[in-house]
Write a protein that binds this ligand. Structure first.
Ligand code: 5BU
Length: 270
């Protein structure tokens, strides 16, 4: 059976990375494949979103470097909310340098990302050294990495052979690379000696039920297109939820739409 036709829980066992299995299981437990992109710029707003939306999401996605009043207490409180509501934290850092540099960026500096973020991501652009560098820090902490195989923005250069190479890099680093940021489940010819495709998670930004895009190149698709047609696993929604008058009501709508698409994909009748 193709991986995307199995339940999240059934797929958990085939990942040896503990963060990947934890995520897959908690999605079925909480009945949600929704991730919020919490792109707000104050500590108070970020923590409020984590607390009110926590029950409806599987992953809380941050851009920690846009928070003006960042401090260590923010991390402490965010971790407590992740425990309270059982969600994973994903710092959307998009590392893009050589292995030796990203290692420091991941573990040190102001943010110490590796110490609190269950998942982070990296561009495959520099080559496999970027994974090796991040892995030295992240693997001992049981963290998971997503490779940016594709982007949602217009004119993205991450396509074709580039995206395929991201999959091959991931296959070679399956202990740490748990999946991709991408717009669709990728189909790449198997490597020599490989009998079947490894399972990977696909987390997909660029999701809105209201807008076709923004004025800066963002392109949106619906939860159904992402989960059912493109066979991805998690919808990432930002302004469609936190920008609404009632973010909880919107999160409920996106959660339901994402979950219905998943049920349909599994062939479960409603
Ligand atoms: P939006 O408000 O739903 O458009 O926010 C989308 C979020 O996903 C935002 O945090 C982006 O940085 C992030 N993103 C994206 O939009 N497209 C991509 O290809 C990648 C990340 Br990778």
């Amino acid at each position: 059976m193709p991986h995307h036709k199995s339940s999240y829980t059934a797929r958990a066992a085939s990942f040896k990375n503990p963060t990947a299995s934890r995520l897959l299981k908690l999605m079925d437990e909480k009945q949600t494949n929704l991730s919020i992109a919490a792109d707000v710029t104050t500590k108070a707003e970020l923590l409020k979103l984590a607390d009110v939306l926590g029950p409806y999401i599987c992953v809380f996605k941050t851009h920690i470097d846009i928070v003006t009043d960042f401090d260590q207490d923010l991390i402490k409180q965010l971790e407590a909310l992740a425990q309270k509501h059982n969600f994973l934290i994903f710092e959307d850092r998009k590392f893009a340098d050589i292995g030796n540099t990203v290692k420091h960026q991941y573990s040190q500096g102001v943010y110490h990302i590796a110490s609190w973020s269950d998942i982070t991501n990296a561009h495959p652009l520099p080559g496999e050294g970027i994974i090796k560098g991040l892995k030295e820090v992240g693997l001992p902490l049981s963290r998971g990495l997503l490779l940016l195989a594709e982007m949602s923005s217009a004119g993205s250069l991450a396509k074709g052979a580039y995206s395929e190479e991201a999959v091959r890099m991931a296959r070679r680093n399956r202990d740490f690379v748990i999946g991709f940021i991408g717009q669709r489940r990728l189909s790449v010819p198997l490597d020599a000696g490989q009998e079947q495709e490894d399972d990977f998670l696909y987390l997909t930004p660029g999701v809105s039920m209201a807008q076709p895009g923004d004025s800066l190149g963002q392109q949106y698709r619906s939860p159904e297109q992402v989960i059912l047609e493109s066979e991805c696993d998690v919808i990432i929604v930002g302004r469609g939820i936190y920008g609404a008058a009632d973010p909880v009501a919107k999160a409920t709508e996106y959660r339901e739409a994402g979950w219905a698409a998943y049920q349909k994909r599994l062939g479960v009748s409603q």
